[in-house]
Design a protein around this ligand. Sequence first.
Ligand SMILES: Cc1cc2nc3c(=O)[nH]c(=O)nc-3n(C[C@H](O)[C@H](O)[C@H](O)COP(=O)(O)OP(=O)(O)OC[C@H]3O[C@@H](n4cnc5c(N)ncnc54)[C@H](O)[C@@H]3O)c2cc1C
Length: 502
Amino acid sequence: MPNTRQFDRALVWFRRDLRLADHTALSQALARSRQVWCAFVFDTEILDALPSRSDRRVEFIWHALAELDAALRARGGGLIVRHARARDEIPRLASELRAEAVFANRDYEPAAVSRDEEIARRLAEPGARLETFKDQVVFERDEIMTGGGTPYSVFTPYKNSWLKHLEAHPFKASGLGNARALAPPPRGAGGVAAAVPRGGPLAATVPSAIPSLESLGFRKTNLLELPLHTGMSGAEKLLRAFLRRIDNYDRARDFPSVRGPSYLSVHLRFGTVSIRHLVAHALALSSPGARAWLSELIWREFYFQILHHHPRVVNHAFKHEFEQVHFDNDPARFAAWCAGRTGYPLVDAAMRQLHATGYMHNRLRMVAASFLVKDLHIDWRLGERHFAAHLNDFDLSANNGGWQWAASTGCDAQPYFRIFNPVTQSQKFDAEGKFIRRYVPELAKVPLKHLHAPWNMGPLEQQAASCIPGRDYPGPIVDHDEARKITLERYAAARAREPWQD
Ligand SMILES: Cc1cc2nc3c(=O)[nH]c(=O)nc-3n(C[C@H](O)[C@H](O)[C@H](O)COP(=O)(O)OP(=O)(O)OC[C@H]3O[C@@H](n4cnc5c(N)ncnc54)[C@H](O)[C@@H]3O)c2cc1C
């Protein structure tokens, strides 16, 4: 039964849902309360743990909040922004405002779940409630289960069941009707319907400036020079551009020098776009490109439900037999990988893209992750942590899922004996070397026939290309064929261990 309890005063706590349109907690609060305040907390527990004081994500959030605040103000409300420990600040703010309920969209990461449980307890002391809602996914927790009532661990049957479930239970995009009725705007027209009316229960707040990046303890980054665009309007702009090329997605998505994917991941991460809005667009188009893209959105939900049902994956291999694979964890090799100086051009270009932009193309995430684990013999957890520190779109569930896929330790992962060859991947997916040349300028003059494996150049060619291995660009850090053999032996040994040894 849907909860319909009415409140006199309520607070909407924005977290990773920085938009107005199709926002479940906000629309529920507006429908069920006489007065509604909106707030965001720059949570010191999260910010203080970030490894650098120069973080594109904090800046992305800052710009998204500025747009959200302006949009709320245009509708008679406003955003209260605090810099504090959310566990303390939300109960304090609710008490200051005499709010009887705090409305929020559910977050599925284990740390967020325990924070929210604590906040619910603290709110309950003076008699207030934390009301949470499904919003960042179409299907959550145990909505999609096998016939035997267990969670899926293989993607394709999960996806089939997800699609069937959608037919049977078309989602309601709050204020916008159900999935089929939610007609996406005509191609090229764009525009998310504004779901929040003027003159509703939104309570005006005293305009209080959003704390500056500097006062939060952060420096400006190159975020605004990147083509990812911030805030709700940025998401809509990217989506409109993507819809013009979505039909080609299945053919273009694997080539990092081509504008194939949507680049919407950071917007999904911070909720500047609604997942239902994206799914509705994908469903409305029947091209193979749109279907392939919908599949990726379902992968996102697949990993959310894996994290929900198996929170141990945060620190452990999903497949128990691969928990004990032997890794060398050589610090010099790890440092070379992080710096994009392994001597393998595609891997280096990928790592440099990550540091220059906070984004890495999906094909390259797979190649770079596989290289770290299966060529350099470094524990996937170290690579996962490095991505978590640098990806704008870092999401615990997708990042962990992606790393465990590449390391072959995850559910429905790459089989352990399938090991990407970093040279042939480069020849196949960056055949003209455009991506490599963009990010590895040392190789600018290397002829295409040697670009994917520059160590094969003869001395004269090296001189002509101003690229002497070890001087201008590193020689290959490992021999792929030898590294591959070692990986196969180690994974086979881990599998052969008796279960009682775990
Ligand atoms: C090692 C590794 C780490 C990754 N870490 C993250 C991460 O921290 N955050 C993240 O959002 N994605 C992660 N991915 C998945 C994927 O690489 C990115 O979602 C994608 O590159 C984002 O670019 P896009 O928005 O242009 O994607 P598009 O191709 O346009 O896809 C649309 C959306 O679908 C979802 N999606 C696409 N591929 C996947 C996938 N394989 N798994 C889960 N969701 C997917 C994302 O939300 C993405 O924005 C990781 C993949 C690997 C192999």
